[in-house]
Design a protein around this ligand. Structure first.
Ligand code: PMT
Length: 408
């Protein structure tokens, strides 16, 4: 997340939920990432959490009282409504969601939500029955239709003893959604981006598998960047350590065959396909249903080739669909990547040096080249995977501009 929130003024609304204590961690992470955070507590929020911690973390006076602003022009609600880059309500109760949906303005937070034109992000937290109630669902749908953002809730054990959706989602997912809500760039609005990410687990038997070291970090960075640019994002995700962003549609696919099936199901709706997964090249065709017993002798496994998903998309795509691949190489990087670009009929391939310690599988940074059709390869400096994703979508914008107008 680094300094994603530099120079951003974020009003953090805390409402009356048992999860209110988590707003301290959210505030702390936002401040670390460069934001100026102004805490606002409703009367319910104040019941659950005093103001001292939030004031200490943010270095700002917490707003709790509608009429305090009469004496203090800095927190006058219209002034802050204008100055804020984002309103983040975390935790958001059914009550604040209902008030925002229906324009009620009976405290500082609800009044200022009406006055602001900044993006608004709700992170709901409430009892499952309250969350699932048609009134709450309708209110959320109404707010979404007006452009408000939502993240979560998570499903799990709730303080009331029930189990179900209603837990405040984890802080990283809230920060990620805040970064998306803050992003003004809408160059991919109306576009559907499909990304393959992670590796595969090809079963050897019910307890063992053939896998690789893909962490899912590259797929995550690509998905987040596409979301920030306003795209609808689907991630077809193999088993890996880093889950795609919460705002993406995720299809979990353990094997290459399952990945191909999921890609095929989605492909007709897709504008941009990006193959970042380290797809398993081979599988055991009919793995035994019982665990293989160890008998001390060598074990020979017969492997069958897996389908090539990127090549399949390259062959099946329509003229308006862009197809981008990655090449994981240890030597003769450009030659191998150029051959894959051609063979798989891709518009662009990102050639990755996966031998350097700071590039490739599991790393946070990458050493790469962009190779396109009929253009000179572009060598990139050492970049974080987030920076690579930004540069990749800048290239996508150029590729889209070259499509015939009817295909954009
Ligand atoms: O997940 P991380 O830890 O962040 O690591 C990221 C990464 C190194 C896995 C990623 O950046 C990357 O390079 N992905 C491609 C890995 C790979 O399988 O490369 P390849 O050269 O074998 O394949 C070329 C292209 O064909 C790739 O786009 C791959 O997704 C695709 N492919 C390959 C085989 C296959 N059966 N189906 C495919 O779609």
């Amino acid at each position: 997340m680094a300094r994603d929130f530099d120079n951003q003024v974020i009003v953090l609304g805390v409402t009356g939920s048992i999860a209110a204590y988590k707003s301290c961690e959210i505030a702390s992470r936002l401040v670390e990432a460069g934001a100026e955070v102004v805490p606002v507590l409703t009367s319910g929020g104040r019941e659950f959490l005093g103001t001292a911690s939030l004031e200490g973390i943010t270095g700002q006076r917490a707003i709790t009282d509608m009429f305090e602003s009469v004496q203090n022009p800095d927190i006058e609600h219209i002034a802050l409504a204008r100055r804020a880059n984002l309103f983040l309500i975390a935790p958001a109760t059914a009550n604040i969601i209902a008030k925002a949906a229906h324009g009620l303005a009976d405290d500082w937070l609800s009044t200022t939500l009406l006055a602001t034109r900044a993006p608004i992000l709700f992170a709901p937290a409430m009892n499952t029955m309250m969350y699932q109630h048609p009134a709450t669902q309708d209110n959320m749908a109404l707010l979404k239709s007006r452009g408000c953002h939502f993240v979560g809730p998570a499903t799990g054990a709730l303080a009331c003893g029930e189990f179900g959706p209603g837990r405040l989602i984890d802080t990283p997912a809230i920060l990620e959604a805040a970064a998306i809500a803050l992003c003004n760039e809408q160059s991919l609005r109306g576009k559907h981006v499909l990304i393959t990410s992670g590796g595969n687990h090809e079963p050897i038997d019910p307890v063992r598998y053939i896998g690789n070291r893909s962490s899912g970090k590259m797929g995550y960075a690509l998905a987040l960047e596409a979301l920030k640019r306003g795209a609808q994002v689907t991630v077809v995700c193999g088993p890996c350590e880093v889950r795609p962003p919460d705002a993406a549609i995720v299809v979990d696919t353990p094997t290459a065959t399952a990945m191909l099936e999921a890609v095929n199901a989605c492909l007709p709706q897709v504008d941009i396909f990006i193959a970042a997964a380290a797809v398993a090249d081979y599988r055991i065709e009919d793995p035994p249903t019982e665990k293989r017993k160890r008998n001390g002798a060598n074990l020979t496994l017969e492997l069958a080739p897996n389908p090539d998903i990127a090549a399949h998309v390259g062959a099946a795509r329509k003229p308006h669909q862009l197809a981008i691949g990655f090449a994981a190489e240890t030597h003769d990087i450009l030659e191998h990547a150029a051959a894959k670009l051609k063979k798989k009929n891709l518009d662009l391939i990102v050639a990755n040096d996966v031998k350097s310690v700071d590039s490739g599988f599991g790393t946070d940074t990458t050493r790469a080249w962009f190779l396109g059709q009929d253009v000179e390869p572009e060598a990139l400096p050492l970049l974080s995977k987030a920076e690579l994703a930004q540069r990749l979508f800048d290239r996508v914008a150029i590729l889209q501009a070259t499509l015939p107008a009817t295909n954009r």
